[in-house]
Design a protein around this ligand. Structure first.
Ligand SMILES: [Zn+2]
Length: 136
């Protein structure tokens, strides 16, 4: 279970079968399974029933939300470049909204080196006769 409180829901066999039939019919080569994203012919082992709206963001395991995609590159690139960042952000917003974040750590710097204690002014002040104080 994730922070958003839902168990992952895979597509039931019935939905996967209907989606597979759909991807065989709708492509440019009828009867051959083709990726519904890029149109490439799907090879055994390189097929993914993709949640178009990610499961973690409320995407239901329905036929409308099921895309028959090639695992590489289509599904992998969507998962890593779109879905995971969106879900990570959803988690961050949730954690922040409900006070589930840890206290911010202050970054400790080395600071400035302590100066030697000074017992006199850097330069002696020379007083002129006209009363004008100037550093020499
Ligand atoms: Zn594809």
């Amino acid at each position: 279970m994730n922070l958003r409180g839902k168990e992952r829901q895979e597509f039931p066999l019935r939905i996967r079968k209907l989606a597979f039939v759909r991807c065989c019919r709708n492509g440019s080569k009828p009867g051959i399974p083709q990726c519904e994203n890029c149109g490439n012919v799907l090879r055994p082992g390189n097929i993914e029933y993709e949640h178009l709206i990610p499961d973690g963001l409320g995407g239901e395991p329905t036929l409308e939300n099921c895309g028959v995609w090639c695992r590489v590159p289509c599904s992998k690139s969507k998962t890593f470049s779109e879905d995971n960042p969106r879900m990570a952000k959803a988690d961050r917003v949730l954690r922040k909204s409900y006070g589930l974040t840890s206290k911010r750590q202050q970054i400790k710097s080395a600071g400035f080196r302590k100066a030697e204690p000074k017992h006199s002014a850097t330069r002696p002040i020379v007083r002129k006769s006209d009363g004008d104080n100037r550093h020499v």
